[in-house]
Design a protein around this ligand. Sequence first.
Ligand code: BG6
Length: 486
Amino acid sequence: SVKVGTLVLFGATGDLAHRMLFPSLYNLHMDGLLADTLTIVGSGRSQMDCAAFQAQVRAALTEHLPGDRVEAPVVETFLQRIDYCAVDAGKGTGYDDLAALLGPRMDQPVGVYLSTPPSMFGPIAQGLAAAGIACAECRIAMEKPIGHDLASSREVNEQVGSAFAEDHIFRIDHYLGKETVQNLLALRFANMLFEPLWNARAIDHVQITVAETVGLEGRVSYYDGVGALKDMVQNHMLQLLAIIAMEPPANVGSTAVRDEKVKLLRSLRKMTAEDVKAHSVKGQYTAGAVNGEAVAGYADELGRPSNTETFVALKAFIDNWRWKGVPFYLRTGKRMPRRQSEVLIQFKPVPHNIFARVGAPKLDANVMIINLQPEENIRVKVMAKQPGLDREGVKLREVNLDVSLSHSFAGERRRIAYERLLLDFIEGEQTLFVRRDEVEAQWQWIDSIRDAWATVDMVPQSYTAGSWGPSSAIALIERDGASWHD
Ligand code: BG6
């Protein structure tokens, strides 16, 4: 694929651009990974000149990058790449100015990155096409969410698809840019050790937890009415699930990997009204304390009562040969006791315990815990013999096989997920972007839950901020004789 010559950033004055996109582009620039000729055009609704926009970017870099990365001369050469053009996507004005500014630069592909409200994705793609900025090699990247259900996501995909070909559309799920998420592929498919056991014969169940300590973070207008199921499960958690559970792809190319993910996503068992009563829990936090700090409840932050869930726990099944009967417990929430994303693989007990004797404790089955963030490590709990002469029988105890990735690769800077994603976008590499059929399969499953919730009138149960969610979430897994790993 040809590299883009100009990157146009819609939503360039927004929060994501300031916090993530410009700092990531700056890091790539500093490390010499951007072509000297690459221009970055910021675009937003406000009219301002290039100098005023550059000043905004300079301030954003100072605020959001670690102090030792900000080097004044590097910042200045970075800013020299940056131009600005006001486009009002809502009104449909400014595209001609953008086309004029791009002018001769259109000889090289333009990459348009949309960090705007999702309702703008379709209109912007069509505005670009009408102004001639959707040339054959031009490409477009979009943040989540793509729609709010299957029907609306199809609509967005159609609208954007009428201006850009699918292999030029890059749907972002920033979890795929995380080093630790990509490491799941390495763990599964660069080792012989795990894959032969990665199935219903050896695995009892899987837990995926994405816990956050933050609350609404000033995103009231976006979050309320959306909730945890659509904000986190529909995208990040299902992508994690797909990578953990998919069949081995033939290679790491974009077609092979995404073919396997979509097959897996389509195998998720849809939920009925009966299922959601037993297999799902919605929660909403009330006032409490997180990390020793008092925080308000969701409804207080919002200023009114709401039925939006800030926590969800699900018991999911994958209907295929590999995972027959293996529950996948998913859980995500805001205002949890700590920030922690992890995958837990609970293996089955050994088929016959040769150490069994009267009064001896049962053997603990093996567990593998993959910590994704903030720490990055893999721990396997195995049974070992306690030292001693064993006059009363062998004593066994669980010990850890521990791999700390941050230690093994100490000294290597952990990159922001967006650095990888932006570079792949510029270079036209699609493996870490979500294909249309994946997004639609994700929505299909989410819609089944949402519809079933509506049928049974499911309302969120309250949980105190700083706890692990409503007690029914604990019951959801304990009924099966297992428990969440906190
Ligand atoms: C975003 C969600 O997609 O992911 C946020 O909209 C959430 O609600 C965020 O806080 C979590 O991302 P990370 O990288 O901090 O785990």
